[in-house]
Ligand binder design. Structure first.
Ligand code: SAM
Length: 407
């Protein structure tokens, strides 16, 4: 967005002048990437001044047609530029909506819950974050009532101090005969018989995840009532139609709670192992793959330690609390080949990495848990059995055995 000084020979007529100016611009980038400067208005404004100089005095809209985890639109929004993103994958679209589209609608709003408020003044998405935490904690209590009996305390032997203790995790060895060499295909768990998503969860993990996603769905009505009591419009306009009233707010909080369930799925599958020296759970996706794990550990959703519901919820509400929303952001589902760009848009993107990552196949892991919590809020995104695959622009051989398209 900022032209190299060599493109303006009238102002920078010598190599030395060009280089000096370049270094001045690099210094702005160096200051921008310092974490502590993430919300430093003075540093951000210095960048905006340079962008305006190269863009006819205006801050142009930024569009990322392969938005994925949403980093490009999020950074554009942080700079104060109109931010647009789209992706083929519904999980990616939800991340984009959660990062750039929903927070601006509730900028500087107070929470709606009926508990004791944390502060007098709420800036940015702090109110939304507090509600995510509040209702997430209520869900924990409801889940404990429903399925707490599946996670009993254990009686400790005398040498460990005796008495009762709440297990942080149960370790289980998967039964079955050792696989033959012919079955080892690059560490893919399906080669060992874990060939459906259901196989990746023990019965107890499945009950826990189903319970939490059902509770996320159910708490929406409760949040909506609280939001009406707190003064939000009782207009019944949903989030997907641009609503900002009580119904849309309840749906917004549910979106973030659904992310907490997905975070739990990452820590509550039978592909999670125990990090012995760190005394904590490892998650399913240490990398973009689903390798076999022989001695999986099962986290206790209700304990005070690694992998519990509260810890997963903390990741989510703390992220929301730190979002500094710009004026607006838009994230939609679209095949990149069919995007309609707003006028004068700058396209900044990070397309798929040839055959390196099977985005859609891997994201079905998260899609199948997001679907029960969010299908009623975004029926178009979650009305499918799984994420779209055919249009995905990846070069994996099994999807295109005939080779890449010729044109
Ligand atoms: C390298 S990732 C983008 C990562 C992103 N920059 C981030 O911050 O996480 C590429 C993205 O392209 C998406 N994609 C693949 N084929 C697509 C298509 N035909 N249309 C739109 N998006 C597509 C994938 O779903 C994936 O999210």
């Amino acid at each position: 967005m900022v032209d190299d000084p060599s493109s303006d020979p009238e102002r920078f007529s010598t190599d030395e002048a060009v280089e000096n100016e370049r270094q001045r611009l690099f210094k702005i980038i160096e200051d921008l990437v310092i974490w502590e400067n993430s919300t430093n208005e003075e540093v951000i404004e210095r960048a905006r001044v340079e962008i305006r100089k190269s863009c006819a005095g205006e801050l142009p809209p930024i569009y990322d047609p392969f938005s994925g985890g949403g980093s490009i639109p999020l950074e554009a929004q942080r700079l104060g530029l109109p931010a647009f993103g789209s992706d083929l994958n519904p999980v990616a679209v939800m991340i984009g909506k959660a990062m750039i589209e929903i927070p601006p609608r509730y900028k500087d709003c107070r929470p709606v819950h009926r508990g004791v408020l944390d502060r007098n003044h709420y800036r940015n998405a702090e109110g939304l974050a507090e509600d995510v935490r509040f209702y997430g904690r209520q869900i924990r209590e409801q889940a404990l009532e429903r399925i707490g009996n599946l996670y009993p305390d254990v009686t400790l032997p005398k040498e460990l101090g005796g008495g009762n203790a709440t297990p942080m995790a149960w370790k289980t060895f998967l039964s079955g005969s050792t696989p033959t060499r012919a079955m080892i295909t690059g560490g893919v768990c399906s080669a060992y018989g874990l060939s459906t998503w259901g196989h990746l969860f023990s019965d107890r993990q499945m009950v826990a995840l189903l319970t939490f996603s059902e509770l996320v769905h159910a708490i929406g009505a409760h949040i909506e009532r609280d939001a009406i009591a707190a003064g939000l419009a009782d207009d019944k306009i949903p989030l997907r139609s641009g609503g900002t009233g009580a119904k849309a707010y309840a749906e917004a909080v549910s979106v973030y709670l659904a992310f907490a369930v997905d975070k739990c799925a990452d820590y509550w599958s039978s592909l999670c192992s125990w990090h012995s020296s760190g005394e904590k759970m490892r998650n399913t996706f240490g990398r973009q793959a689903l390798p076999m794990v022989w001695d999986y550990a099962e986290a206790n959703p209700f304990c005070d330690s690694s992998g519990n519901w509260g810890a997963m919820l903390d990741w989510v509400w703390k992220t929301v609390e730190n979002i500094h929303p710009g004026n607006s952001g838009v994230e939609v589902q679209s095949d990149a080949q069919a995007v309609i760009y707003p006028p004068k848009t700058v396209i900044s993107t990070d397309p798929p990495y040839y055959d390196n990552i099977a985005y859609a196949d891997l994201s079905d892991f998260f899609f199948c848990w997001m679907k029960p919590s969010l299908k009623h809020i975004y029926p178009d995104l979650f009305g499918l059995l799984s994420t779209p695959k055919a249009e995905e622009l990846v070069a994996t051989q099994f999807r295109r055995p005939q080779g890449p398209p010729t044109q």
